[in-house]
Design a protein around this ligand. Structure first.
Ligand code: SAM
Ligand code: SF4
Length: 465
């Protein structure tokens, strides 16, 4: 089944939908935004119409509605994580990536388990609790077992105050049996980007290796979900093809997963092509997405799939990241390195990195910045550890109940960060924000928050509900 063309990505329907929804007038846009504010999502026609808008007044209304939906569902929380690149070995030929097999300009490296443990210790000592493990598609001699061993190593590292509490992974598509092993290794989210849903473009930019096979990749989340991995993440690499096509095709992918498995993706990532060593296309994206269109993409996704997390990586600059918090972003990486061993090394911009970063600030600085803007940095991993994943998570999230858990948990995990890892300056900003946030809460959420934060202040770690 999984090597046949995926009929749920219907290119003709995408083009037709775009054509039928060109130049929506103000009253139509208002209607769509009114519907969006009910937080029940949007259909392909609605999304196509919103993608066509450029009038400043309409854009303003779009951004305002996205902000309202984001605040209603997520409050002021922003979940923090760090990527951990374990290997840049790769057998594929993705033209945009520095790790592609024939690129001679980078030094190849697959970390040993000891080296992985060293990297993890550094991340824990910075205050991280959530790791996104990343690798190219070629593993050292142990093969796929290398991935499983690495996850085990990450979970095994303990320091005085910390440990990694959730390992998400972004690795090449697996067979259903391999996905089952990945699930038993205790992963949180399995993340994979289709890069482009446009088949012709896909063939042009994936010239060799297993990744050439569009169908193997596009069916991979079906296999993952069949293997009972409840939380899956999707994404498009913006810049390879027309973003309007990509968003509508991604909507088809989401609808397919919702239809088959009762739940859609847990997260959507929005990577834009960044310059990469030895890649021409990465510096000259054929369909570069402008900053204004990028903000539009985030806002439209927030309205189209209101309960799905949106992830913003350090590919983007601090300024762009700040702007998109208000439009719908709910998770960000911080202090990232994209070269294996990058956290143990001194150099920031190692050319062996997968691509160039836009935000180089260390975690403490990002936290201080985020907190000064009134956003609560969260290191919470409660849902996954209490089994609130997939459908259970969505059932809880949809009526807004998640706020009763997420807001108090965000505050207790932030307090844990401040107590154990923050600089004096960040601590001052953070403590003020925690006090203010609790004051603004009421009912059960407030009682919970007060109780959890107090326990952390008394010296307990890992307190959540
Ligand atoms: N190798 C696996 C794969 O390709 O699915 C997983 C890891 S890969 C390192 C993670 C993602 O990085 C890719 O899916 C791609 O979207 C993104 N990426 C690759 N080159 C990039 C670039 N030049 N700029 C931004 N993102 C890039
Ligand atoms: Fe390899 Fe992934 Fe880079 Fe492609 S994107 S070259 S598969 S690491």
């Amino acid at each position: 089944m999984y090597n046949v063309p995926a009929d749920f990505i219907n290119e003709e329907k995408v083009w037709k939908t775009l054509e039928n929804n060109q130049r929506a007038d103000f009253s139509k846009v208002r209607g769509i935004l009114a519907k969006a504010s009910e937080m029940k999502g949007l259909n392909m026609d609605d999304v196509a119409a919103l993608m066509g808008i450029s009038d400043p007044e309409m854009l303003h209304l779009l951004f305002e509605t996205a902000n309202q939906v984001k605040e209603t569902i997520y409050g002021k929380r922003l979940v923090l994580f760090a990527p951990l690149y374990i290997s840049n070995l790769c057998a594929n030929e993705c033209l945009y990536c520095a790790f592609r097999a024939t690129n001679k300009e980078i030094v190849r490296n697959a970390l040993t388990q000891e080296q992985i443990a060293r990297e993890v210790k550094i991340l824990i000592n910075q205050g991280h609790k959530r790791i996104l493990m990343v690798a190219g598609e070629s593993y050292p001699n142990q093969g796929f077992q290398y991935v499983l061993d690495s996850i085990k190593t990450i979970y095994s590292v303990k320091t005085e105050h910390g440990e990694v509490r959730r390992v998400n992974v972004n690795i090449a598509p697996l067979s259903t049996d391999e996905f089952k092993l990945l699930k038993s290794a205790g992963i949180g989210t399995y993340q994979i980007f289709q890069e482009t849903y446009h088949r012709e473009t896909y063939s042009k930019v994936h010239l060799g290796g297993k990744k050439k096979d569009y169908n193997w990749r596009v069916w991979s989340l079906h296999r993952a979900m069949e293997a009972k991995i409840d939380d899956v993440g999707i994404g498009v690499l913006f810049g390879l093809f027309d973003y309007r096509f990509e968003i509508l095709a991604m909507m088809q992918h989401i609808a397919e997963l919702e239809g088959k498995f009762g739940v859609g993706p847990h997260t959507i990532s929005v990577p834009r092509l960044e310059p990469a060593t030895g890649s021409d296309i990465a510096s000259h994206p054929p369909f570069a997405v402008s900053d204004i269109d990028f903000r539009k993409i985030v806002a439209i996704l927030r309205l189209a799939v209101p309960y799905t997390g949106i992830i913003m990586s350090t590919r983007e600059t601090a300024k762009m990241r700040r702007e998109t918090f208000a439009l719908g972003v709910s998770q960000i990486s911080a202090g990232s390195r994209t070269n294996p061993g990058g956290y143990s090394e001194e150099t920031e911009d190692d050319p062996s990195g997968q691509f160039c970063l836009g935000d180089h600030r260390p975690l403490d600085e990002v936290i201080r910045d985020v907190a000064s803007m009134g956003y609560i940095p969260s290191f919470c991993t409660a849902c996954y550890r209490l089994g609130r994943t997939g459908q259970d998570f969505m059932d809880l999230a949809k009526p807004g109940d998640i706020k009763l858990h997420c807001a108090p948990n965000a505050l207790s995990s932030f307090m844990e960060y401040l107590r154990n890892y923050a600089s004096a300056e960040t601590k001052e900003v953070g403590l003020k924000l925690i006090r203010q946030s609790i004051e603004e809460m009421d009912g059960i959420a407030k009682q919970r928050a007060e109780k959890l934060v107090k326990r952390v202040e008394e010296g307990h770690d890992d307190i959540y509900c």
